[in-house]
Each structure stands twice: as C-alpha cells, then as structure tokens.
Ligand binder design. Structure first.
Ligand code: GLC
Length: 556
C-alpha cells in the first residue's frame, strides 16, 4: 500500500453554527473557530472538518448552497477563511471543507435561471421531468419525507429534490455542470485546503428506469434507494471528479457513503478508488432507547459487534474506513449506546476506546470529548430543523399521537448534537455573549470544557490520552496499517480486537456493560497502554473486567 499523509489523521468535526461565536450575534463563526485552535491543537487532532460555511439561505443549515465561491456572512468573510487556513497551517492542522454537490439551494443563480426559462441551458443543470396524469413523474419519497418532486409553477413539470424542496438535485449527466463543479472544487483546493468531506455523494447518479413502484407507506410514496444510491455507473462520475480535482492536490476526501456490499468498497477506497475514506453508518442505527432494545442492551452490543467487525474485516483488504460514534446528523453517542442510569465517566470513556483503535481514521465530533448529551424538548415547537418536522409529520401520519411522535423525535432527532458547545459554566456556556441561535443544554453548568480541562480523571483528559496513544510514534504503524483481529467474540457484551503487525501486538478490550465480566486470558502482557480504571484485576488466567472497563495492552 502506498502511504499517504492523511493515513495518520485524527479528525475533529466542527459544526460551525454551534462551535464558538466571536461577535455576539448568537451564531458560531470562523473567527470563533480561530480562537479555539489552540484548544484543538492541545487535544491532539491534526485535521478539522468544518460543516458548510458557504453562502446559504440556511434552510438545511448550510447544506443548501447559493454561492459556492462566498462565505456566508453569518460565518464571516473570505479574509476570515484565509486567516483560518493560515492559522491552521502554523499549527500543522489540515482543513477539510464540506463539499455539497448533489444539490444546490433553490436560491442558487443556476436554479433561478433554470426556473425563469425551462428551455435554457441551466434548466438541464437540474433534474426536471414531465408529470404524469396530474401527478409527479414517479412516487419517490424524499429522504426527509414527502414527495421528492416539486411542481414548477403552473407547468406540468417537476424538479427533483432528494432532500428538502429548497435543495434541488443537480443533473450530473450534464457535462458543463460537471466542469463548473470541478472548477469550483479546484478554486478551494488552490487556497490550500487539505481536502473535503463529500456530502451525500452516493446520490449523484439516478436511475430513471421506472415510473412508479408499490408504495411502502400510507403516503403512497416509496424509498427507492436502489434507484438513487450508489447506482450502477456512479463510478464514472466519481472517477472523473477525482481525476480532475482531488488527485491533482493530493487531497484527503471523506465520502459520506454507506456501502452495504463490502466488496464494492474497492471502487470507493481501494488503491485506485475515488476517495480516501468512507463514512459508513452501519453501527449508528442502534439506539438503546428504541422499543426493540429496551432492557436488552447487551443483545444490542452483540449485534453492533457483528456489524462492526464484518465491515472492518471486509474493508481492511481495500483501504480505510472512517471510524466515528457521533456526527451532526445523529443524537449524542452516550444517549444512543448507554442506558441512562449508566452514563458515567466509565461508560463514556469506554465508548471512546471502543472505536479509536479500529482500522481506519478516527473522527471526533465537537462536544463528544467532554461528554455532551442529548437535550430532549417539551414541545415540538422548540426544534428548528425541517427534517425534524418532516419526521414528526411522518409519525403522525402513521397514527402516533402527538405525545408519542414527540417521544420518538426526542430519541432520534439529529438536532441533539447541534446545541452550542459547552465551553464553561458562565453566561451562555461561553459560546456567545448574545442570544444563542439554538437553546443551550442546561447541563452546561456541570458538563463543560473548563471544568474538565485540568482535571486528571475527566473525559477530556481521557480523550487526550486516546489521541496521544493513537499517534504515538512507537505504535502508530500498528494502529494505522496493522491487521485487525476480533477477539473474545464468544463473550456477551465484550468488544475486543487485536491490532497486529510483524513487530507488535496490541489488544483492545472493552466491557460494554455495567456488569463485571470474567475472561479467560492466556496472553503475556508486555505493557498497559491505557486503562479507564486505576487497576487491572488479573487472577491467574482470569481477567476480571470491571463495569465498562476499557484496556489497551501491548502483548509479547
Ligand atoms: C448530508 C448532511 C446532512 C444534510 C444532507 C443534505 O447527509 O450530513 O446534514 O442535511 O446531507 O445535504
């Protein structure tokens, strides 16, 4: 395998609206990020991924771009962005921007021109089709709910939007459009970006070979994934994108793409694949608060383990997965994976250890390192995201009462991870001097960065240890390129794996339960590299793991 600079990355994801405000308007901004770079450097990360900061009407919080060449005024200016790049370079931190090229905003000039004249060249930049008998062209459901088609004025034509109607899908079949996109990507790479996280890229190729499919819900619509997700032929577009842009600049690229069939990963992350790594959500569909897993957390852990290792072993042949337990589209990891009464330093540090040494690139989402939690709401009106409301409507449509629908939303909604960062216990958690755009989780008085910064036994200190071990000169070859071998799979609730190369063996053991667990242990321990408790109880051949204990051992 050819080595690349990004193999040694620990990535920190920033949701800029909620990271740090510098001017008191209640919205996080670029200057705010700059003011926190020393914090990030000290944490030990070496790459940041910033969610979209381009000009946007913010219907989908920046994932609806109206000008790819401008910074949204709420985040600052192009000068701020250039300063951020310079400041990051001085600290040896690479910057990834979010690249949203499956769709634009409906306020993008291309779309506005398309709507003005449906025969114009710009109309072919989007996916516009004739309706059928007064209905949309087909019964595809948008990923956020409702029809994926929006009628254009009083014509019989509709445009496609896989996300909200303010995010019309681009027509990648159009060569001029593709050239314009590549030019834009290169404009940003020229500025010195390390690369991109590539949004919703699985959807750029559509298959229009059917009109309607049998409905899969009372709305008469259907999730037609196989027609717009990793559809045959997508590789041609992805390869062209890579050749004309990323490859020229030796960029790191993180594709938001769930690849179900492991062998298909070769096209995405193989030696000649289109991206550096893929963000795979297979383990994130689990939530201990779902009816299905109520009172069965260990069963859930066992199922997650099976999925995780299947992907890990499959991907190891080809390249690097992105390893993560949080992002801006998910509730907080502690609430998803740990029963409420068991949330503590031990369970939280166990979650971190669990994924950090897997084969691939570790990602940390802002606030994860201090154990930020979900913030359930008392009323649906307290939420701000369109997708939340569409899901709420979907549940009402399925016959849930308002109370039941709110309960579901409180469990699964992605807005939990978007509350402002909790920097300290002062006014507005140190996030802003003004009125925050989204309510701050009231638990900031006890969960905040300042309180954990210098505390030896805090989660933040533990995350620093995790990162420092992952990047340690002695072990990094093993962690990056070593084999991954699942271990102790016969024990319920244990997720354990060995990382191994010709010179070294490192064993990671996680007890994912609040009960002690005894493991038959025959190995010869050379060194304890990490432990979230003070002690390790080894009695003869019995390793007695404490509740939620995680240990990382070097073996002889
Ligand atoms: C991706 C983003 C998500 C956004 C969607 C539409 O899934 O992560 O936040 O809403 O794409 O752009």
């Amino acid at each position: 395998m050819n080595k690349a600079w990004w193999h040694n990355s620990v990535v920190y994801q920033i949701y800029p609206k909620s990271f740090q405000d510098s001017d008191g308007d209640g919205v996080g901004n670029i200057k705010g990020i700059i003011s926190r770079l020393d914090y990030l450097k000290d944490l030990g990360i070496n790459v940041i991924w910033i969610c979209p900061i381009y000009k946007s009407p913010m219907v989908d919080h920046g994932y609806d771009i109206s000008d790819y060449y401008q910074i949204d005024p709420s985040f600052g200016t192009m000068e701020d962005m250039e300063l951020l790049l310079k400041e990051c370079k001085e600290r040896e931190i690479k910057v990834l921007m979010d690249l949203v090229i499956n769709h634009t905003s409906d306020k993008h000039p291309w779309f506005e021109k398309a709507m003005e004249d449906l025969d114009s060249d710009y109309a072919d930049y989007y996916i516009i089709k004739e309706g059928k008998d007064g209905n949309p062209p087909n019964n595809w459901r948008s990923i956020f709910g409702g029809s994926a088609w929006e009628k254009i004025g009083d014509t019989n034509k509709y445009y496609l939007h896989l996300f909200t109607k303010a995010q019309p899908d681009l027509n990648w079949e159009n060569k001029e459009l593709r050239s314009e996109l590549y030019e834009m990507v290169n404009y940003w790479l020229e500025k010195g970006l390390g690369g991109f996280r590539v949004d919703a890229i699985s959807h750029i190729k559509k298959d229009f070979s059917y009109v309607n499919l049998p409905a899969d819900g009372p709305d008469g619509l259907v999730d037609a994934w196989e027609y717009y997700k990793n559809t045959t032929g997508i590789e041609v577009f992805l390869n062209e994108l890579k050749e004309k842009t990323f490859k020229i600049y030796d960029s790191m690229t993180v594709a938001e793409a769930d690849i179900k069939e492991v062998d298909r990963l070769v096209d995405f992350i193989g030696e000649n694949g289109c991206f550096s790594t893929v963000f795979d959500f297979c383990h994130t569909i689990y939530n201990v608060n779902d009816e299905k897993w109520k009172d069965k957390p260990i069963k859930m852990v066992n199922e997650i383990r099976e999925k995780l290792f299947k992907k890990q072993l499959g991907a190891a042949k080809y390249g690097f997965l992105s390893n993560f337990i949080e992002n801006h589209d998910l509730p907080r990891c502690v609430n998803r994976f740990i029963p409420e009464k068991e949330i503590s330093f031990y369970s939280e540090s166990m979650l971190g250890t669990l994924y950090f040494f897997l084969r691939g690139i570790p990602f940390i989402y802002q606030g994860q390192e201090i154990g930020m939690t979900d913030f359930p709401k008392k009323s649906i009106n307290e939420f701000l995201d369109l997708a939340t409301y569409q899901n709420y409507e979907k549940y009402l449509g399925k016959g849930l009462t308002e109370k039941e629908a709110l309960k579901r939303i409180n469990i699964e909604c992605r807005e939990h991870s978007r509350t402002p960062f909790q920097w300290n216990s002062g006014e507005n958690a140190g996030f802003t001097s003004g009125a925050p755009w989204f309510e701050i989780n009231p638990n900031y008085k006890c969960i905040n960065m300042k309180e954990q910064e210098d505390r030896e036994n805090s989660l933040l200190t533990y995350y620093k240890r995790l990162i420092s071990l992952r990047k340690n000169e002695e072990y990094k070859e093993t962690f990056i390129y070593g084999d991954i071998i699942p271990a102790f799979n016969e024990y319920d609730g244990i997720i354990s794996y060995e990382r191994k190369n010709a010179k070294q063996r490192v064993l990671v053991i996680n007890n994912c339960s609040n009960k002690p667990s005894i493991i038959k242990f025959k190995e010869n321990v050379k060194q304890i590299l990490l432990n979230n408790y003070n002690d390790i109880v080894l009695k003869g051949k019995n390793l007695e793991l404490l509740p939620y204990q995680s240990i990382v051992l070097e073996l002889n």
